[in-house]
Design a protein around this ligand. Structure first.
Ligand code: HEC
Length: 191
């Protein structure tokens, strides 16, 4: 075997000796390059206005996705006719349901049976008399924000489709922790 030519350092600790091997040039070079790169990288992603941060990128993707999903129906108007129409469109009700599950069940319960907010499955409502009131309450909120306003947080179509989903919830009469609140209102129109 070839004899080790590397220089030994002069010290010995408990009989252990050390070679004097500096880091190889290529290794130091890569280290230095990655260090310099990291400065530009940090500046570009976290400070520079030309790049998009991960959070911004996510928001952009979400709004792109909404546009793509809703391209088929355009932007819906939150009126009685539209809400009524989508009450019979299972494909789109799924979108209303998923928004409800994501945003509302912490207060209204997983099935709308009511917890912090009122039961949405009975015939009693505090702020609702007609279908379009559902969308209005979602958009504007109620009781000084105890029911938050959603118009800046949701796409208008999400609000309409959720109103249709809620309208269908009525009459399921799922028992929750709260009794009926508000007044019993007339049935939704059928056509
Ligand atoms: C932070 C808790 C909270 C969240 C989250 C919440 N709500 Fe509410 N909601 C309430 C409260 C409280 C009321 C009752 C306000 C009142 O007493 O005047 C209410 C009332 C309502 C009403 C009117 C009910 C009636 O009897 O007139 C509707 C419809 C409604 N919420 C839908 C939703 C939808 C849809 C979402 C999700 C986008 C949602 N809420 C999210 C707390 C909440």
């Amino acid at each position: 075997m070839e004899e080790q030519k590397d220089k030994l350092k002069e010290h010995t600790y408990d009989g252990i000796e050390e070679y004097d091997n500096p880091l190889p040039g290529w290794w130091s070079f890569i280290f230095l390059i990655s260090f310099v790169f990291s400065i530009f990288y940090f500046y570009y992603y976290h400070i520079s206005p030309v790049s998009t941060s991960v959070a911004q990128g996510y928001d952009n993707d979400v709004s792109e996705d909404l546009k793509r999903r809703f391209s088929e129906i355009g932007e819906l108007t939150a009126d009685e006719e539209t809400i009524l129409k989508y009450m019979n469109e299972p494909k789109w009700l799924v979108a209303g349901e998923s928004t409800f599950k994501a945003q509302c069940i912490s207060c209204h319960g997983p099935r709308g049976e009511g917890m912090i907010g009122p039961n949405l499955t009975d015939d009693h409502y505090i702020h609702v008399n007609k279908l379009s009131d559902l969308a209005r309450v979602i958009n504007e909120g109620a009781a000084n924000g105890a029911m938050p306003a959603w118009k800046h947080r949701l796409h208008p179509n999400e609000v309409v489709l959720m109103a249709s989903y809620l309208a269908n919830m009525r009459g399921k009469n799922i028992k929750g922790v709260r009794g009926p609140e508000g007044n019993e209102i007339p049935p939704w129109p059928t056509k």
